[in-house]
Design a protein around this ligand. Structure first.
Ligand SMILES: C[S@@+](CC[C@H](N)C(=O)[O-])C[C@H]1O[C@@H](n2cnc3c(N)ncnc32)[C@H](O)[C@@H]1O
Length: 222
């Protein structure tokens, strides 16, 4: 087992990760690093540990997801998945959950397909298209929609709505602009269930998770 993620304090998240989980997370990081050099998948640069910190950031939301997603095999859509964050780390740690990764840029979805094969992940599905398009053929199918660094909160909520089952929830991973972004959301359309700070070991920037449910319980065109 590599010391990389352990040294960065991944165990401090209290997720009870197995040795196999950590090995798979490390393998994902290696593959991402390798593809990044050639294909410039992410804008992540600089300090050697930065990709690891993005991964830890992605799984720090798991306690909140576990608290709300009680069905045995919840279906989750990750909008604007990029190089697979947060969906791939979540899929590694929660093999019974089903994740659909929606990403418009083909070189990114080529990497996601590669990672799926390399990690033998049977619980992810990759949609190489725009979210707006995927919404038309995936209506009302998801227990949850999540995103990280995708778009403004108001736009994310608007794009999420068609994907949600009647009791579906939206999980927004946000930074310090969350309050500003909340101002743009029409709160007669959405109920804010959770707004919690996330503590990410070794990451000083502010992280928050917002959980919202739509007031209108199903999409009008369902
Ligand atoms: C800043 S990246 C974040 C990627 C990843 N979620 C992360 O946290 O590293 C935003 C991603 O959203 C994708 N994207 C933006 N608008 C999109 C749309 N309408 N449909 C699908 N993907 C989109 C971009 O191609 C890009 O990969």
């Amino acid at each position: 087992m590599s010391q990389g993620l352990l040294a960065l304090g991944i165990e401090g998240l209290g997720l009870n990760l197995s040795a196999a989980n950590i090995a798979d997370l490390e393998l994902f990081l290696q593959e991402m690093g390798r593809w990044n050099q050639v294909h410039n998948l992410t804008a992540i640069e600089g300090e050697a540990d930065s990709i690891q910190l993005h991964l830890i950031d992605s799984i720090a939301v798991l306690p909140v997801l576990r608290q709300f997603l009680k069905a045995p095999n919840p279906k989750i859509a990750d909008l604007g998945s990029g190089g697979g964050l947060p969906a791939i780390p979540i899929a590694i740690v929660e093999p019974e959950w089903h994740l659909s990764l929606i990403e418009a840029v083909r070189k990114k979805t080529a990497f996601l397909q590669h990672a799926r094969g390399r990690l033998k992940l049977k619980n992810i599905n990759i949609l190489s298209e725009r979210v707006e398009n995927a919404a038309m053929h995936q209506k009302g199918q998801f227990d949850a929609v999540i995103s990280r660094a995708f778009t403004s909160l108001a736009r994310f909520l608007e794009l999420s709505l068609p994907f949600l089952k009647p009791d579906g929830l939206v999980f927004a991973m946000k930074g310090k602009r969350a309050d500003e972004e909340m101002q743009e959301v029409c709160m007669s359309d959405w109920r804010l269930l959770v707004d919690e700070p996330l503590h990410i070991p070794n990451l000083s920037v502010e992280r928050r998770i917002l959980v919202l449910s739509p007031m209108r319980k199903s999409h009008p065109s369902l």
